[in-house]
Ligand binder design. Structure first.
Ligand SMILES: *[C@@H]1O[C@H](CO)[C@@H](O)[C@H](O)[C@H]1NC(C)=O
Ligand SMILES: *[C@@H]1O[C@H](CO)[C@@H](O)[C@H](O)[C@H]1NC(C)=O
Length: 255
């Protein structure tokens, strides 16, 4: 079973430190934050991906329910109403005005909920088919020990550079659904990209069992898998590819 992807909205740059928070299965896919400054023309691409990750479901509903859509203003104000987010309404207006309402609606339907594909269709994310990445390091420290914070270090190297895409980190747990999180990366030049994440391998004191499963981090073997992808990992759409995948293990010992 596949768990929900949480796009943390971090752009992967060397030595990004993020948090892998245990997710409740069936938690709503969400984007934690939109960038405070929308640097139009500079990094509209990651803004678009974050926006789309949060809004495309609702946008698709709006478009299907409206039938005859009319204008960007109409679609985007409905989006703002339904999500209660002024920021989403703003980015919607920006992207819709950029391509025009007819194309916008067409692309929402064509993108099939894939934010990367959508942002390439509206031409705010570049297409780069010759990218590559090889994961050169993946480790968990401590590799064996009781519950507690772990550090996941990984590094990948690209010879040609990478296209816009995502990195996914999945932890296969012993008692439940996998925990999964993702990070968006911009198109990047050739080079080495080391990253480090903290994994809180301990029961989340704020987890509410009535709202879903709470990961218990029981003693046993855990597998950590990292995918570095062009576009959405596992997508069947054009301009998508899993560049590389690696996995490693760690052990949680009894307290
Ligand atoms: C890297 O780029 C060259 C052309 O510049 C291309 O021939 C090659 O296939 C690319 N490598 C990959 C892995 O796509
Ligand atoms: C974890 O895996 C290793 C090797 O795959 C195995 O030797 C060990 O017994 C496993 N430990 C537990 C607690 O399952």
């Amino acid at each position: 079973m596949k768990s929900v992807l949480l796009v943390l909205g971090l752009i992967a740059v060397p030595a990004v430190v993020g948090y892998l928070q245990p997710l409740k299965p069936h938690a709503k896919s969400q984007v934690v934050s939109l960038p405070q400054h929308m640097k139009v023309g500079l990094d509209l691409c990651p803004t678009c991906i974050q926006f789309t990750g949060e809004a495309i479901n609702e946008l698709l509903n709006i478009v299907l329910n409206l039938g005859v859509v009319g204008s960007c203003g109409k679609v985007c104000s409905l989006l703002e109403q339904k999500t209660g987010s002024e920021a989403l309404g703003l980015v919607c207006d920006l992207l819709c005005d950029y391509v025009g309402i007819d194309e916008f609606v067409k692309f929402i339907q064509k993108a099939d909920l894939d934010p990367f594909y959508f942002c390439e269709l509206v031409k705010v994310c570049p297409i780069f088919e010759n990218g590559d990445a090889e994961i050169t390091e993946l480790s968990v420290t401590p590799a064996s020990g009781p519950q507690g914070q772990k550090t996941i270090a990984f590094s990948y190297t690209s010879k040609n550079g990478t296209g816009t895409g995502e990195m996914i980190v999945v932890v296969e747990t012993v008692d439940g659904l996998p925990i999964e999180t993702g990070f968006i990366h911009d198109q990047q030049p050739a080079g080495s990209y080391p990253s480090q994440f903290n994994l809180k391998a301990e029961v989340d004191p704020n987890c509410d069992p009535t709202q879903g499963f709470c990961e218990q981090w029981l003693p046993g073997n855990y597998t950590v898998r990292v995918d570095v992808c062009y576009g959405e990992c596992g997508s069947a759409h054009p301009h998508s590819k899993i560049y590389d995948r690696k996995q490693t293990q760690f052990i949680i010992t009894p307290q």
